[in-house]
Design a protein around this ligand. Structure first.
Ligand code: FAD
Ligand code: NAP
Length: 313
């Protein structure tokens, strides 16, 4: 039986692995379906990880994280986990893997991340990371004093539009209806921000540019016809899928409490509503969706898991 199973090998899972093994747990396995590193590996530039002043690719930033964990004994099994269950009598967790095998663990830390949805217009995938972004905190600064386009009409789109308006010279907010899903107070705040222009009843048609230079503009379908915005940054906020599938039970319920938006409810120790089960990083309630936060969550959860394993072994 494992002391600790970690599901997901992004910044949250890797940091949990580092702290758990270095903190004395003997048998810790991280189940990661791909190469460890997480979604930041898809980013060509990161410049807000503290202590790393150089602008570097996500792949370079994460390159040494697995090696550091392995030094203290973290094992990595490259496999997809399909489900985590718990025996209500013994409190032992079982990790179900896609090859049909299982593994028992005293404690579990889940860090399977979340996936921003795409809007589905021409050029969106081709220019993702080359001007098309789903993260204002990550990429907003690259458009300092420039114009950007934001797509969406929910809380995220309007809050991020206001955030970007503080950095960029102008924000075009493109929404497919003329009423908003976002809270009225958030809509009001955006409407009172002088450098946000609302373009409603409109949808993105095509983002265009050059392979090397990236995005050069976006064409918008408006009631008056196609309007071209020459913005080199296009931010898409059309919802988010939390990767909480491993917590789903056979009867459709979740192993622990989740919010109506699918985020895992945790306390300040990153413990879920089930003792010994922790959730970290982008998948947990109110996640700021940043590498430094995911890493912090991983360390917090591991410190909690060490105590839990000591008490329950
Ligand atoms: P993830 O990084 O999503 O890792 C989850 C891991 O779990 C993945 O490796 C996945 O393969 C694995 N997994 C999922 N399901 C399973 C399963 N069932 N079984 C096994 N493994 C599974 N943040 C910043 O701080 N600064 C930036 O500049 C920045 N730029 C970004 C640019 C881009 C293009 C993207 C996509 C993200 C960016 N982020 C940035 C956000 C940052 O990448 C995330 O906040 C961070 O990676 C979250 O870490 P995590 O460990 O919670 O999840
Ligand atoms: P969301 O509420 O689902 O909003 C997504 C927005 O994108 C909607 O306006 C939707 O338009 C639009 N959209 C969806 N698909 C599109 C497409 N293909 N093309 C163009 N537009 C598209 O997502 P969210 O804003 O990320 O919020 C998710 C949840 O988190 C919400 O419940 C939200 O309240 C919550 N949240 C809360 C806060 C807060 O309380 N401070 C902050 C952020 C998020 P339609 O409206 O026409 O469907």
């Amino acid at each position: 039986m494992l002391d600790l199973a970690i599901i997901g090998g992004g910044p949250a899972g890797l940091t949990a692995g580092l702290y758990a093994t270095r903190g004395g747990l003997k048998s810790v396995t991280m189940f990661e379906k791909g190469v460890p590193g997480g979604q930041i590996m898809n980013s060509s530039e990161i410049e807000n990880y503290p202590g790393v002043p150089e602008v570097m690719s996500g792949m370079d930033l994460m390159a040494k994280w697995p090696e550091q964990c392995q030094r203290f004994g973290l094992k990595h099994e490259m496999i997809t986990v399909t489900q985590v269950t718990r025996n209500s009598e013994t409190g032992i967790f079982t990790i179900h893997k896609e090859d049909g095998t299982t593994e028992d663990a005293i404690s579990v830390i889940v860090g399977t991340g979340s996936t921003p949805k795409r809007a589905g217009f021409k050029g969106e995938n081709e220019f993702f990371g080359k001007g098309v972004s789903t993260c204002a905190t990550c990429d907003g600064f690259f458009y300092k004093d420039k114009e950007v386009t934001v797509i969406g009409g929910g809380d995220t789109a309007l809050e991020e539009a206001v955030y970007l308006a503080g950095i960029c010279s102008k924000v075009y907010l493109v929404h497919r209806r003329d009423t908003f899903r976002a809270a009225p107070s958030t809509v009001e705040r955006a409407k009172n921000t002088p450098n946000i222009e609302f373009i409603v009843n409109s949808t993105p048609d095509e983002v265009f540019g050059e392979d090397f230079a990236g995005v050069q503009g976006i064409k918008i379908k408006t009631p008056e016809g196609i309007r071209q915005l020459d913005t080199t940054g296009v931010f898409i906020f059309v919802g988010n899928d939390v990767n909480n599938g491993v917590l789903k039970q056979d009867d459709g319920s979740f192993l622990c409490d989740i919010t109506e938006w699918g985020e895992v409810v945790v306390n300040l120790k990153m413990e879920t509503s089930i003792h010994g089960l922790y959730a970290t990083g982008d998948m947990r309630l109110d996640a700021p969706k940043q590498v430094v936060v995911a890493a912090g969550d991983g360390s917090t959860a591991a410190i909690g898991a060490i105590s839990y394993v000591m008490e329950n072994k």
